[in-house]
Structures are given as C-alpha cells and as structure tokens.
Design a protein around this ligand. Structure first.
Ligand SMILES: Cc1ncc(COP(=O)(O)O)c(C=O)c1O
Length: 457
C-alpha cells in the first residue's frame, strides 16, 4: 500500500478548546504578542514545540506503574542505563531532568572565559549555558544551510573547513569539545550525514579534541541517513544510531524529543574523571546519580521510549507526516525552508513577509497572525531568538535566518489537524502584505524569547 498511516490507534483523547477571533485578539494582547505567554487551554493546535509534548504509548504508561521509586539503586535506573548504553556505547550515563540540565553540568565543568565551543548550530539553551559559563558559542553550519530554498539532503552538516580554521585560530587548548547537533534544530531540523559526523570526528581526533553530540533527535537523524545517504538503505536504524554515537566521546540528550517522554534527559560520557565530576554537580543540583532529577517512573518511560523510537514504521510515519505539511505548503507557493526537517516545518519569514525589516521581527508577526487566524501556536526562530546588539556600537545584529517553526508533537495530531494548519497558513499567506512588524517592550538578558513582551507597530 502507498498510504502511510499512523502506526497506532488512539486509546485516550484530550479535548481541545475553540476560541473566537475576538477572544484570541484579547488573549494575544494580554500575552504581550508572545505565544510563550498564552495559556495552553487558549490554543487549539499547539505547534510551539515537539519537546516534551509527545503522546506516550500504553507500554510507557504501564512502565510508569512499574517505576521503582527507591532513592538509590532503583531498578528503573538500571533498565534505563542498560538501554541507553546499548544505544550510545558510552561508559557513563547520567540522568538529568531535561537536556539543559545536562548542558549546564557539562559547560560548568568545561566552560569559562577564554573557551570556545564550536557546533554545526547551537540551540538556544546550549548557547545560553555556554555563554552563562563565560565561554563563547560558535556556529559553523554548512554553507548550503543558508540557502533556504535549496533541497540539499544534509543541510544540518558541519562546515568542516570553517571548523578547522577556527581550531587553528583559537588554538586546540581553548576548545574543550566540538559539538554536533542532530538533527540541527536551529538550522531547520535538517539532518547531519554520517560522512559529516565521521569527518568531524577525524578532524577533532587530529587535534585531540573530544566530539560530543547534542543528540535530542538522534533517531530522526538516523532515519534520514537511512533514506538519503548512500550505503545505508538496508541498514537497521538502530545500527545507524550506534554508528553515529560511536564517533562521539559524549552527548547531551533531551529525552523530551526522541525518547518520546514528557520530561527527562541525560549526559553520556566516556571520560571517567569528567563523569565523576559531573556526578558531583548532579548531586548538588539534580539528585542522586541513579535518579538525577527524575522519578523512577520517568526513567521507565524514557527507557521504553528509547526502544520505541527505533521502530521504522513509527519513523516512516513521523518523517512523512512532517513532509506532508511541507509539501502542501510549498506546492501552494508558501516559502518554507527546504527540504522539510525531521520534527518541524520552518516558514521562511524573510520571503514570506519581505516588507518587514528583521529588527521588526517578521517571524513574530507571522506567529501572531497564525494564532489570531486559527488558534495555532508556533514559534519564531529568528531575530527575536538570536538577534543581538553589538556590544561596542549598540547596533542591531539580525539572526542569519528569520524562521517560524511549526513543530509537530510526536503521535499527537492526525492528518486532519495538519490539513487545518495548511488552511490557516495559506490564509495568512494570502494576507501577508497586511502583516505589521513588532517592537520589543521588555526583555530578559538571556533567552529573551521566552518572556519578552512586544507591541504591534
Ligand atoms: C537541539 C536541542 N538541544 C537542546 C535542547 C534543550 O533540551 P531541554 O528543553 O530538554 O532542556 C533542545 C530543546 O528544544 C534542542 O532542540
């Protein structure tokens, strides 16, 4: 059969609330034109993030009843540890309550003034944790990543020549590790090829620098490798995952993505000394090393999710359902970041609303209009999130891309929900010339997009 279907049936449902255009207009103004400040019950289709918003399976819920809530040495930890080790091959698996807690521990230990952390593209929390330590976060996306309309297969790749120039310029001793984010979330959910991971590892090894993966979407990345990279078509996804991790010396993981849970994460390490220091910080900030900020039931759900995510029927449906949204939009002429990513479709706000200058946040204008038109919540990934002021001149430096991310929660929405989203985006696109930019009224010094308030111009 050609039709790709959801490889599950629905046992539990949760109602979603319809609001009137007048209600949404009031709600958006009260939220300072920032979708993070809207109550979830005022949202009809929530595409804010795919993080922690997945529907768990019956086996994951059953696992939660099996959770061993012992403070130390819980059975649930050892099941989770066994499965995570089998996948990643790392010697030490340190559970944390989510991805950024793993980042915080890692960069507290390795960061600090005068240190540099290159990545294909840092996500916002990774960048923030690095900068919070006093170090600098550097992005080296492959040049193809900047061409939003080109459909290259692996636009998440690291720009290896640029990485090598950076290592030579900054010096090996000031780069504690190189990171590769799979898939590249801030760069459009684009995958990284095995060839690129391998070559990045070779370069790092030549300079004696450890390679880490930001592994949140490891399974989606592996599935793209299977589908697009020569030589992997018949290799099981699990083996591809194991090969990806085999090139890394450690990882940070937000289990809220490809472990299909609502909360969880871990730090994977091979270096025994670093692992011992990390556990010391873990005990102070998260909890004892066999629970690390999580309940035993969370560890069970995470262990189960790490196995379920490798099911190739699930990954076929997952990647196809995102591609379906992208296909419908691009066929209707809506500019999206091509090709569709693994977990989200990114509208290209620069081409969608070229009349709005980056410092008036074209992406945020589209985000607001999608909510007003249809109760859909999305998120800007552009100059609200990554724009900054030049510290010496005070001049506004825009983000390299102005995107609106429509992130698809795992196993949550059906095809008719996605058809509704298509209709809403096409409606907003037909009225794009009337969209107005925004101005920031208040903002926090770090990760301002979460709490900033705006006014419409
Ligand atoms: C690539 C990437 N790294 C790190 C994180 C942080 O994970 P968490 O939200 O679990 O702290 C995210 C979350 O969206 C992400 O997409």
């Amino acid at each position: 059969m050609k039709t790709i279907i959801e490889p599950f049936k629905i046992k539990t449902v949760e109602p979603i609330r319809f609001t009137s255009p007048e209600e949404r207009s009031r709600i958006l103004a009260e939220a300072g034109f920032n979708p993070f400040l809207i109550r979830a019950e005022d949202v009809l289709i929530d595409l804010l993030t795919d993080s922690g918003t997945s529907a768990m399976s019956a086996k994951q819920w059953a696992g939660m009843m099996e959770g061993d809530e012992s403070y130390a040495g819980a059975r649930s930890f050892f099941r989770f540890e066994r499965i995570a080790k089998d996948l990643t091959g790392f010697d030490f698996i340190i559970p944390t309550h989510q991805g950024r807690a793993a980042e915080k521990i890692l960069f507290t230990l390795l960061g600090g003034a005068g240190k540099y952390f290159p990545n294909n593209t840092h996500f916002d929390t990774t960048r923030a944790n690095i900068e919070f330590s006093g170090a600098e976060a550097l992005d080296f996306p492959t040049p193809a990543a900047r061409e939003t309309a080109s459909p290259a297969d692996f636009k998440g790749d690291m720009d290896i020549p640029a990485l090598e120039r950076c290592i030579r310029e900054k010096g090996r001793e000031s780069i504690p590790l190189v990171m590769v984010t799979v898939t590249n979330n801030a760069g459009g959910g684009q995958p990284v090829s095995m060839k690129n991971i391998r070559e990045t590892k070779e370069l790092c090894s030549r300079y004696g620098i450890p390679l880490f993966l930001d592994a949140c979407r490891f399974a989606e990345n592996a599935f793209f490798i299977k589908k697009r990279e020569k030589g992997f078509g018949t290799v099981p996804v699990k083996s591809i995952v194991q090969e990806m991790f085999s090139y890394a010396d450690g990882c940070t993981m937000s289990a809220k993505k490809d472990a299909i849970v609502n909360m969880g994460g871990f730090l994977g390490l091979n270096d025994a000394d670093l692992a011992s220091k990390a556990r010391n910080i873990l005990i102070v900030t998260e909890g004892f090393p066999t629970y690390g900020g999580l309940a035993g039931r969370d560890l069970e759900a995470m262990a189960q999710g790490l196995e379920e995510v490798l099911d190739e029927n699930y990954l076929t449906y997952r990647i196809r359902s995102v591609e379906y949204l992208g296909e419908k939009l691009s066929r209707a002429g809506v500019p999206i970041l091509e090709p569709p990513g693994g977990h989200a479709i990114y509208l290209d706000a620069k081409r969608f609303a070229p009349h709005i200058a980056p410092h008036h946040f074209p992406g945020q204008a589209i985000v607001c209009e999608l909510y007003l038109a249809a109760g859909i919540r999305s998120v800007e990934i552009g100059s609200v999130m990554f724009g900054r002021k030049n510290p010496s001149t005070g001049e506004f430096v825009p983000a390299p891309m102005e995107l609106v991310r429509l992130a698809i929660p795992r196993r949550v929405y059906t095809q008719s929900h996605i058809d509704y989203v298509v209709e809403a985006v096409l409606d907003v696109y037909s009225r794009r010339k009337q969209l107005a930019g925004l101005r920031i009224v208040s903002e926090a010094p770090l990760l301002r997009h979460f709490t900033a308030r705006f006014e419409s111009l």
